[in-house]
Design a protein around this ligand. Structure first.
Ligand SMILES: [Zn+2]
Ligand SMILES: [Zn+2]
Length: 304
């Protein structure tokens, strides 16, 4: 059993610890929360899934059902009114600097969580511990960090770990819908931030993901690199994961099938016509309201 503050020196040990914990958290977010629980492109063995749920509880206090529901709503309304965290709606810096607050506001909406949170774990541990005592995991990690690094450094390590996920989320939801290149002409503003999905394990390929959300594989072109997908392949090889759906066509073939003008234009025109019709209907309702109010104000003929 190591002694108190045994990992405080040399300086690179706590740094390495933060990077390792953050990397493990990124794995749980992209593999479990995103590709498995939300989009169901891959399924993990119960033990693997449980380790990831526990790690998320210990390091982030995120509740699976809430994360899944907010993210599904993001896809349903991507970059339109109703998207919980779109830079097109809330502004680029609003999401890059404060996206986590937009997430929290949406996650606290019970109607949203109920509507979009289908199929999430609902066992005893989830109800009583991961959801019922969501902050206890972070508390336990704080005790462990202080024990391993001492009070000052322990608090620093713990704080870095606690803000890791909000920062990653802000980058993906902000930058991933504003800056970078596009392989597919999706109707949102999603972008591939960078072709090498190393830092956030493939989540950088956000336009590829929006083009085919169910795919457990985010990589679409030969030069793109998706570490999350490599982890899934390794876990599949070890019989710890089962891929349910992964895009097999390359970017060109997939775009030709789903995102050419021939396919996308009629859909876009139909949606535009529906929006115009909706606007006209709203105008008619406003007009009717105005007339009704005017009728209420003016005396009826023959009444003195
Ligand atoms: Zn997105
Ligand atoms: Zn998604």
């Amino acid at each position: 059993m190591p002694g108190y503050a045994v990992l405080a020196h040399p300086w690179w040990v706590p740094l390495l610890f933060v990077l390792a914990v953050g990397h493990a958290q990124n794995i749980c977010v992209t593999l479990y929360l995103h590709r498995s629980a939300t989009h169901e492109g891959v399924k993990f063995r119960p033990m693997v899934e449980h380790i990831m749920r526990m790690w998320l509880w210990l390091t982030s206090a995120v509740v699976t059902r809430e994360w899944v529901a907010v993210h599904r709503k993001h896809h349903a309304f991507a970059d339109k009114e109703g998207d919980p965290h779109s830079p097109a709606v809330a502004g680029f810096w609003g999401i890059v600097l404060g996206g986590v607050f937009f997430y929290q506001r949406a996650a606290r909406d019970p109607a949203l969580v109920e509507k979009y949170g289908d199929g999430c774990p609902d066992d005893w541990v989830e109800r009583h511990l991961y959801q019922g005592k969501r902050l206890l995991g972070l508390g336990l990690m704080l005790v462990l960090d202080i024990y391993l690094f001492g009070i000052g450094l322990g608090l620093l390590v713990w704080s870095a770990m606690a803000i890791w996920m909000p920062i990653m989320g802000n980058i993906i939801n902000g930058v991933g819908h504003a800056l970078g290149y596009r392989n597919f002409g999706t109707r949102d503003y999603s972008r591939n931030i960078y072709p090498w999905g190393i830092w956030i394990l493939g989540e950088e390929l956000h336009n590829n993901h929006h083009a085919d959300p169910r795919s457990a594989k985010f990589k679409a072109r030969w030069f793109e690199f998706d570490i999350g997908w490599i982890y899934i392949k390794i876990l599949s090889f070890l019989k710890l994961a089962r891929v349910i759906y992964a895009r097999s066509q390359n970017a060109k073939e997939f775009a030709a099938k789903h995102y050419t003008d021939k396919v996308a234009k009629p859909v876009a025109q139909k949606l535009d016509r529906a929006s115009e019709e909706l606007e006209r209907a709203k105008a008619r309702i406003d007009q009717a309201k105005t007339e009704a109010r005017a009728a209420l104000r003016s005396p009826e003929p023959g009444v003195d």
